[in-house]
Design a protein around this ligand. Sequence first.
Ligand SMILES: N[C@@H](CCC(=O)N[C@@H](CS)C(=O)NCC(=O)O)C(=O)O
Length: 232
Amino acid sequence: MNRRTMSAPSSTLVVHHLNDSRSQRILWLLEELDVPYELKKYQRMPDMTAPKELTAVHPLGYAPVITDGDITLAESGAIVEYIINKYGGGKANLPEAGKIDDLYYAHYAEGSLMPMLVNKLVYNIVPQRSPFILRPLVKIVFSTLQTKMLDPRLEKHAAFIEQHLSKDNRQWFAGGDGPTAADYQMSFPLETWCHRFPEVLGPNTKEYVKRIHQRPAYKKALEKGGKYTYAE
Ligand SMILES: N[C@@H](CCC(=O)N[C@@H](CS)C(=O)NCC(=O)O)C(=O)O
């Protein structure tokens, strides 16, 4: 066998990473699994949107996106599942008992939780960006929407998450001894929530976010990805 055939195959996996974004969870996953990858970095524009170059990779122009040989895949939940299936080598596997929690929280993160957190952000931004003359009125409308509609729902979700994380002293969403798909997906909403308005989050939820940040693989992902506001 010559040197060439003995060496590990070079990776074709490319992560298109936008600063301060959901793609941080993909870097964490890849570092946990110890999968080699190439990183292409993109910087948010002053209005926080992604730069146009990302639409050359995927028509919607959102992060994360990965390319792997001929495959281009967007949507973090799909990417997490793809990477665990193809490169996981059993490392993100979990006991049978945790499978339903893993499935649920892997979908809940983007399906139910993120839309509310995005709404919260948008409701704060809209008044700031509205025409000066309309601003006081817009402010009243959006702050009423927040206090009457959004905040009570977020409180309900905070209690729901806290109650789950307090069950049998669990460290991870699926109850195993290491992170699984549910954790990679839940990391971003909980990090941004902790960073922006932690008041309503319970102690187990805050501890959980700290636990993620203490992982050596997470720290490695931070070093590679560059500045990430939600781990500061
Ligand atoms: N549900 C998608 C959401 C993707 C998404 O909205 N990504 C944000 C970054 S966190 C983005 O690229 N925003 C840029 C923009 O809106 O222009 C996923 O989980 O991948």
